[in-house]
Design a protein around this ligand. Structure first.
Ligand SMILES: Cc1cc2nc3c(=O)[nH]c(=O)nc-3n(C[C@H](O)[C@H](O)[C@H](O)COP(=O)(O)O)c2cc1C
Length: 242
């Protein structure tokens, strides 16, 4: 009985020592710990400010506040670091500048013409020309060969893999969108796929197993987006504690 209580006492004393050492460390390095924590807080605030500043910019021009190399580097970093299910890394991206970027919107026009009511077509052309007026376009794809290989490897996740691939690609689109706008560009997200898929594959030598998910025209900002309405966040988020 007394042995047990002695052991308990030793354990308690050990706990006390560890705690005291931790406290001493906090006092000794208190300033450092505090500033370290502050840095982290500022980082999240900077990140969330960039998230809040991202908007759909429809009035864009052919200039850019940053170089093509910088834009390409942003895309490289986004592709590398955006997460994917099972780290499958199935996202693929094509970045188009200059005449190649113009081709995206000329082809879209060609493809839409026979499908659009003649009266409506001038409006469609106006809209497509507003994207063509930009500095470039980014095309987002999923490599279906990779997605299918993971579906085969993990058969019980066959359906979710299809959804996860799209979710992961959406994250990538968001990272690129937010990063471009943090650099002062304006961008928007467009979906003329699947109408344009085959033509794009021929034009830009896209492998057959790459599935087009979104098009992001971007350029210098010529006009600001309108005010945005927000539903109450409290109705959209539940928090449970305890
Ligand atoms: C998944 C997704 C699909 C979208 N598709 C289109 C689209 O096809 N065309 C378009 O002009 N905007 C599209 N948008 C932009 C939204 O309409 C826009 O993000 C939303 O109205 C909020 O405005 P904001 O981007 O200025 O914050 C899409 C956005 C998301 C997230």
């Amino acid at each position: 009985m007394s042995t047990v209580s002695n052991r308990a006492r030793v354990r308690t004393f050990g706990k006390y020592l560890r705690q005291t050492r931790r406290e001493a460390c906090t006092i000794r390095f208190g300033g450092f710990l505090l500033s370290n924590r502050q840095t982290h807080n500022n980082m999240s605030q900077k990140f969330l400010s960039a998230v809040a500043a991202r908007r759909s910019f429809y009035g864009i021009g052919s200039g850019s506040p940053i170089s093509k190399n910088k834009i390409t580097d942003i895309v490289h970093q986004a592709v590398k670091h955006t997460p994917s299910s099972f780290n499958s890394q199935s996202a693929r991206v094509v970045v188009l500048f200059g005449k190649q970027h113009h081709r995206v919107w000329d082809i879209t026009k060609e493809m839409l013409k026979p499908m659009t009511n003649a009266e409506q077509f001038p409006n469609t052309v106006k809209k497509l020309d507003s994207f063509r007026a930009g500095h470039g376009t980014i095309l987002f794809f999923e490599d279906m060969q990779v997605v299918r290989s993971f579906q085969e490897k993990y058969a019980r996740f066959q359906d979710p893999f299809g959804q996860w691939s799209q979710q992961s690609n959406g994250m990538l689109q968001f990272v690129v969108w937010t990063a471009l706008e943090a650099e002062g560009l304006g961008a928007s997200l467009q979906h003329y796929n699947p109408i344009i898929d085959n033509k794009f594959k021929d034009e830009f030598k896209i492998p057959d197993h790459w599935s087009l998910l979104a098009e992001m025209p971007f350029g210098e900002r010529l006009s600001q987006p309108g005010e945005k309405q927000f539903a109450p966040v409290e109705d959209r988020v539940k928090v449970f504690d305890d």
